[in-house]
Design a protein around this ligand. Structure first.
Ligand code: LLP
Length: 433
């Protein structure tokens, strides 16, 4: 299987973290998001240990919480000693609700409103990752009003194409995010930030893209960033304390995706960064990485109940489930691949049946996956599993067609518990007057 937390028991039922998914579907109903807490913690520890060993004690992984944002995730990150990347006041508010230490929070976004900036500062945000000059002005204004010195990183675009899908490709010069090194704007932003009275420029940030498998792109980005930092030292006598190399490590959605050895990759980057700093006689900065997907994706799985099975002779077959683009819009948006199987007959390879697995929304684009192979007798009542849904599924879910969101059930040490409740019809119309 694509992740070692997946097994099949003697009843032929798919298990996640050793727990029978069919029992869980009975207990909690479908559609259902499952998340293996032990796996999430294991991934946090992989990053934490590898970074401390390779980059030293000052380094810190920041969980990119846009991948999955709800209270329990922030509790886990707090317990694991992780930092977090947040992108909105909503994420900040969720983290604060569980007492996350906000000095370890880094606030991203290409368009923070004045209200966002004021709210983040009022709640002691550690760092703003500043995207543009207007934002610098607003931070200076609010920091001076509070008589504080606000730490920031500048988000830069190193001009690298990581060859992932367009929607998540952010390291190129032509990007809505950050200031480009190539155009001289990164230099201008550095000078401007250094001139502010209530801002401390702690360093630089870049994020080249997401679902990236090519380790070379991370190495090139790091080299460009350090080279730029060195130029800024020569020009402004300014030395960075921190270098944040963003997130982006790819995960296995299918057997075709390679498995990345995160610890090995981190060692490789550390080797290159240390060598470059030594060669330039540049003080080694504290390193940050911002993994999102690779922390939570393969901890997750979504269970559905099969409804209509439709065969259109000469065309194709459709298997409809009781969820869809409302709980997982990623195929509709990016044509993302997923591994799909029947959880109640995980070993059933009798007469394979090719089909599109589709949702229940009133929209033809509501497809979870095409060209799926299921057993030929797949029928109403079967439980279907979509694997690797821990990242950007619950986070991107919606109430389209007024469909309530599924609950998030966490699995830990052989037990399960609800981390996010199933939405009710009252929830769906609670803001309507
Ligand atoms: N840091 C920054 C500044 C980011 O923009 C992102 C992702 C990350 C870190 C985390 O990247 P990760 O490790 O998760 O690849 N909705 C899309 C993904 C959007 C990613 C946006 N930024 C999807 O479902 O594939």
């Amino acid at each position: 299987m694509i992740c070692n937390n997946l097994t099949v028991n003697k009843e032929g039922h798919l298990c996640l973290g050793g727990q029978d998914t069919i029992e869980l579907a009975k207990q909690y109903g479908t559609p259902l998001y499952l998340m293996d807490e032990d796996r999430i913690r294991e991934r946090c520890r992989t990053y934490m240990t590898a970074m401390k060993e390779a980059f030293g004690e000052t380094s810190l992984p920041l969980y990119a919480s846009k991948a999955a944002s709800f209270k329990q995730i922030y509790r886990i990150m707090k317990e694991e000693g992780m930092g977090i990347d947040v992108v909105s006041s909503g994420e900040i508010c969720t983290a604060i609700a569980v007492g996350f230490p906000m000095e370890r929070a880094y606030f991203h976004s290409n368009n923070k409103t004045d209200a966002d900036i004021d709210y983040a500062m009022a709640n002691g945000i550690g760092y703003f990752v500043v995207d543009n000059r207007e934002e610098l002005d607003a931070i200076e204004y609010f920091a001076s009003k509070r008589s504080i010195t606000q730490k920031i990183l500048l988000r830069l675009t190193p001009g690298i194409d990581p060859h992932t899908y367009a929607a998540v490709n952010t390291g190129k010069v032509d990007s809505k995010f950050g200031s480009a090194i190539e155009t001289g704007q990164a230099d201008e932003m550095t000078a401007y930030a250094l001139a502010q009275k209530h801002i401390k420029l702690s360093g630089y940030h870049c994020h080249i893209g997401s679902q990236v498998f090519d380790s070379d792109t991370f190495l090139r980005a790091a080299a460009i960033m350090i080279d730029f930092a060195n130029q800024m030292r020569e020009k402004y006598n300014f030395v960075i304390d921190e270098l944040d190399l963003g997130g982006g490590y790819g995960v296995r959605y299918t057997e075709n995706d390679p498995e990345i050895d995160i610890a090995e990759n981190i060692r490789e980057i550390a080797g290159a960064v240390k060598a470059q700093c030594k060669a330039l006689d540049y003080p080694m900065p504290a390193i940050r990485l911002e993994p999102g997907r690779s922390i939570v994706a393969d901890a997750g799985m979504t269970l559905y109940t099969v409804g209509t099975v439709k065969q259109i002779p000469g065309y194709k077959n459709y298997v409809s489930v009781d969820g869809g683009m409302t709980d997982n819009p990623r195929y509709a948006l990016y044509r993302s691949s997923y591994t799909v199987l029947l959880a109640n007959r995980a070993n059933d390879e009798t007469t394979p049946f090719k089909c599109s697995v589709v949702g229940r929304c009133c929209e033809s684009g509501d497809i979870l996956q095409e060209n799926v192979t299921l057993p030929a007798n797949t029928a109403r009542g079967d439980i279907l599993a979509v694997l690797t849904t821990g990242a950007y599924n619950y986070a991107m879910s919606s109430n389209y067609n007024r469909i309530p969101r599924p609950p998030v059930v966490m699995l830990k040490d052989g037990e399960s518990y609800v981390a996010v409740k199933r939405e009710t019809y009252e929830d769906v119309c609670k803001n309507d007057i």
